[in-house]
Design a protein around this ligand. Structure first.
Ligand code: ADP
Length: 481
């Protein structure tokens, strides 16, 4: 029987994306469709996606909420059924979706994502245009109050799943916002949404959701420790029986080296020799010359403390001095942007740096590089290493979260057994990253051995099939209870 599912999320690829959350929300729904789960996504109608609202049908007039008129528009685009929250006073503005033009969090983010959570709960309970979800699935802190609002209602509410994509972002706001958010003060306790005297969207959701998932088995275990739980470890230990770690996948249609329109040359594991045309184009893009024989390392990432790229800045000169090349695409912390620009200045013709967000270039980089670095201090799942493997670009990763769960280190045993897919290093230090880079340099020098690992990586399952089936089982179990 078809199960109706409502996603509540602040990002959804290919429409609006700042990171992996968008990829997951955009890719999982269509895969669930094949498993008899009909998914709709509640998403704010940000200015960045205003075009989606233009010919959309109004399916709900939600009156005045949080200071202005609110409507819900329905639109099917890119195979995804969207329920767009049209609230110009909160979403029709310049800047990024979370940050203003000065790069600072919007001062009314509690209202902006309070409204998302609230509409998620309202549609969950009452349905929209005759469509009533059996299960609600809230994503990250921005939808964290959805289970709280569902729990506050007098009428029966559908069961709710909450997924932690990154516990570093918790949505904590002053207790004085409780009134404007319409939260029941009875919930302002240790067992509710109170968190060290503040309101926490994520904690509230974690206390109230029927099931909690996170995006890899290792991260699920890590979250219950002080080192990774970021203050919420106690909450997760308390909810351990309802917590599952289910590995993210990637959209294997959008990320397919056999058909990717962003590549200058498509290829498969059987036509791996064609991959080099992309390396050539990439080197040209970054002004690194036409010699494709040295190994080309890459980074595609948000530039934040989490991603460990300060370690890359320390470790890269040693291999650059040995002839390696390096390209980076990313933006974020000014000191890291500066550090990589400075590295490019020190190694002209060997290092290329592009500060910004560029989807097409990200695809070309996955195809054109030989290896990609993901030296994260923590990484709930990580998608870049999955995309890299699919493109035969070997990931060099720290042993944490989903990175630990998805990459098989090219140590002697794994090479002999023919199952290696990349390089792992631990602990997360510049020294150990340097060792891994040296091992990659050495393996690259052995073309046959390198190609064998490339082929293994390309064969490694990185799609949603098995994880989507696990999610569907959770929904069906909840819908029956
Ligand atoms: P996170 O969600 O923590 O940023 P993930 O690895 O889960 O990290 O997902 C990051 C996603 O965003 C990947 O699809 C990656 O390719 C993409 N990405 C990151 N930075 C950029 C960028 N500057 N330009 C284009 N895509 C990027």
């Amino acid at each position: 029987m078809t199960l109706k599912l409502l996603f509540v999320a602040s990002e959804c690829a290919p429409f609006v994306k700042t990171g992996g959350l968008a990829d997951v929300v955009g890719a999982l729904g269509p895969v669930l469709g094949g498993l008899g789960v009909e998914c709709r996504v509640v998403l704010p109608l940000y200015r960045q996606i205003a075009h989606l609202g233009r010919d959309a049908a109004v399916v709900l007039d939600a009156g005045s909420q949080f200071g202005g008129p609110v409507r819900v528009l329905a639109k099917r685009a890119a195979g995804i059924d969207l329920l767009l929250i049209d609230a110009p006073h909160l979403y029709d503005r310049p800047g990024q979706i979370y940050l203003n033009e000065a790069g600072v969090d919007w001062a009314d983010n509690h209202l902006r994502f309070g409204l998302l959570s609230r509409l998620g709960a309202d549609i969950g309970r009452k349905g929209v245009a005759g469509w009533q979800p059996d299960v609600v699935h809230a994503h990250d802190w921005q939808a964290g109050l959805t289970p709280v609002y569902l729990g506050q209602a007098d009428e029966a509410a559908p069961p709710c799943v909450l997924t932690i994509h990154n516990i570093a972002f918790q949505g904590n706001f002053p207790a004085t916002t409780m009134g404007v958010l319409g939260l029941d003060p009875a919930g302002f306790t240790q067992d509710g949404f109170e968190y060290f005297g503040q309101i926490s969207f994520l904690k509230g959701g974690l206390m109230q959701a029927d099931q909690i998932t996170t995006v890899s088995p290792t991260y699920a275990r890590e979250l219950m420790t002080p080192e990774f739980g970021m203050g919420l470890e106690g909450v997760l230990v308390a909810r351990k029986a309802d917590l599952s770690g289910i590995l993210n996948g990637i959209d294997t249609t959008a990320w397919d080296p056999a058909s990717d329109p962003a590549l200058v040359q498509t290829y498969t594991s059987r036509t791996l020799a064609r991959k080099v045309a992309n390396k050539h184009a990439l080197q040209e893009h970054f002004g690194l010359g036409a010699d494709t024989s040295p190994p080309l390392f890459s980074v595609i990432s948000r530039l934040s403390e989490q991603k460990g790229l300060d370690l890359a800045l320390q470790a890269l000169p040693a291999i650059l001095d040995k002839g390696a090349r390096f390209v980076l695409l990313g933006s974020g912390a000014p000191e890291l942007e500066h550090g990589f620009r400075e590295l490019a200045g020190r190694y002209p013709g060997r290092v290329g740096v592009e500060i910004g967000f560029n989807e097409d270039l990200a695809h070309l980089m996955q195809a054109g590089a030989d290896a990609t670095l993901v030296p994260s201090r923590f990484e709930p799942c990580g998608l870049t290493q999955l995309c890299a493997m699919r493109y035969g670009t070997l990931p060099i990763v720290s042993v944490t979260g989903g990175l630990a769960d998805t990459v098989i280190d090219a140590n002697e045993a794994a090479l002999a057994a023919g199952c290696a897919t990349g390089f792992q290093f631990a602990p997360t230090t510049a020294l150990r990253l340097g060792d891994a880079l040296d091992r990659a340099m050495a393996l690259y020098a052995d073309r046959q051995a390198w190609q064998k690992v490339q082929r293994n990586a390309m064969k490694h399952p990185v799609g949603w099939d098995s994880s989507a089936a696990r999610m569907a089982r959770i929904y069906r179990t909840l819908a029956r209870t």
